[in-house]
Design a protein around this ligand. Sequence first.
Ligand code: PEP
Length: 250
Amino acid sequence: AIRPRPLVAGNWKMNGLVLGVNEFDAIATGVAAREVGRAEVLICPPFTLISRFAAAAAGQHIKIGAQDCHPKSSGAHTGDVSAEMVKDAGASYVIVGHSERRVCYGESDALVRSKAEAARRAGLVAIICIGETQAEREAGRTIDVVGTQLAGSLPAGATGANTVIAYEPVWAIGTGLTPTVDDVKVVHDFIRSRLVEALEGEGHELRILYGGSVKPSNAAELMAVDNVDGALVGGASLKATDFLGIAAAY
Ligand code: PEP
């Protein structure tokens, strides 16, 4: 099958103040100067910087996304932000079900699916995160856990145009640890087979990102793995040179 265009996405998490956004300008400039390969490049800053970055990115190739959204479009939900608001602020993507949200806020697969459905309703691409914990891996339950999360979080009728899957082993996030390329291949091949079972031919079109301690030094070997269609990058996305170095490998 023809591989989909890779996506390299940066998740800034709860980092970034107006005074310190030079890194975004440096990333956008690098993307505009084609310092990256054929990958589509996305930055997901905190909500507070989406409008500013979207304005700076207007007419450029870099995309902007959010890190979460509420399932409802509006209403009495103090402190929440809807997919429609994210879209209105100028974003085109939203991450849903990141492990930090699944762990800190007890987000269930059903909630994550409803957020992915909200993203589609608003015209955003959802990046659905799944991945096992260290204890689950050690217990030999990786495939079981990833399969359950995927089945529970993936909306019916997902397409390559509206949905991306990010496989992020929880124990690899922010730790400097990564699975072996063989382990990554096993999980990505499994996710692809489940996508094709659920969505038939369309299942080949969804990009499956790897996330968890991606750096310039390991990006190329990860990208060479079958069914790795890009990266979701946390820590290294905060430094323009590192993030551009990763994007160049995809
Ligand atoms: C993430 O949180 O999505 C992530 C992959 O983080 P890091 O790259 O820092 O491991």
